[in-house]
Design a protein around this ligand. Structure first.
Ligand SMILES: [Zn+2]
Ligand SMILES: [Zn+2]
Length: 290
């Protein structure tokens, strides 16, 4: 349907750029929204249904044509590497940059990736084929120094020591007394967390794994009137997504992956908000900050 593209989300944390799923047309959408493909660091794929990864081969090829040399990590279910390398072999495509595939156990809740910005866990989904969601947790930020509380005349080295959380001993040479880090800083905000729950049957046990997240994305393919159809096809309803958000004590909920049978999405929003008022629709081009 026009205006309803397959799944892809771009997550920005500090200078890290992470792509979550890569349905057909993802690279064109990213260009339309003026996101540079070259800044991508890692791509997370939830499962091998076409609406979640058919755009990946094209994206990887484009990065090569653009002369990318920086390594790229691709995290996803087993089989993803074979699917891509088979396509690459038959089209004689040889990427000009190293790609590291990280096959994950889609039934486990485990750390699957970590760098200076984020730590990422897999979330077991229940779908027709192996499928994982991902929980992104920002790395702890440093406490912030409060300018007004800092003694004057500190050297850059002393400042950086304080910024790193260390105390300064007294300096007999200048007569400066000891400086305790806790006295000159305010604690950093707790790390922000984002959970991406891809195609799945309603799975109440997920609430425990994503408890207290700042933002929860959950699929809501159907309205509750079609809950039997949802169960048959291993999908969820808007009401189920909202119920999960409520029991997980999430701060906000984003619902998406709507069946093309629905021309309007007002009913999805209403159904979810009856249970969880802090719900938004994941629509094309939506930018949301956490
Ligand atoms: Zn699927
Ligand atoms: Zn899907």
């Amino acid at each position: 349907m026009v205006g309803r593209y397959p799944t892809a989300q771009l997550l920005a944390v500090g200078d890290g750029r992470y792509l979550i799923d890569c349905g057909e047309g993802t690279q064109l959408r990213l260009l339309e929204h003026r996101r540079r493909l070259s800044s991508l660091r890692v791509i997370f794929i939830s499962h091998l249904h076409g609406d979640h990864y058919y755009g990946l081969f094209g994206l990887l090829s484009t990065l090569s044509l653009q002369g990318r040399q920086e390594p790229l990590t691709v995290v996803g279910p087993p089989g993803l590497e074979l699917a891509l390398t088979t396509a690459a072999f038959h089209s004689r495509m040889q990427p000009g940059y190293p790609i590291t595939f990280v096959p994950i156990d889609t039934e486990a809740h485990a750390v699957v990736y970590e760098d200076a910005q984020v730590r990422v866990w897999s979330l077991p989904m229940r779908h027709r084929i192996p499928c994982a969601g991902y929980l992104f947790e920002e790395q702890p930020r440093r406490d912030k120094l409060v300018k007004d509380k800092l003694p004057t005349g500190l050297t850059p080295a002393e400042l950086s020591q304080l910024a790193q959380g260390q105390d300064l001993p007294a300096d007999p040479a200048t007569g400066r007394p000891a400086v305790a880090h806790a006295d000159v800083s305010v604690p950093a905000a707790p790390p922000r967390r984002y959970a991406f729950c891809s195609d799945t049957l309603y799975t109440p046990e997920l609430a425990e794994l994503v408890h207290g997240v700042d933002l929860l994305y959950h699929e809501a393919t159907f309205l509750h009137g079609l809950r039997e159809r949802a169960a048959q096809t291993h999908h969820s309803t808007a009401r189920q997504a909202a119920t999960l958000a409520a029991s997980a004590d999430a701060h906000r909920l984003l619902i998406g992956h709507f069946s093309s049978r629905y021309k309007q999405l007002d009913a999805h929003l209403q159904e979810a908000r009856e249970i969880f008022p802090w719900t938004e629709l994941a629509t094309e081009g939506l930018v949301i900050s956490v």
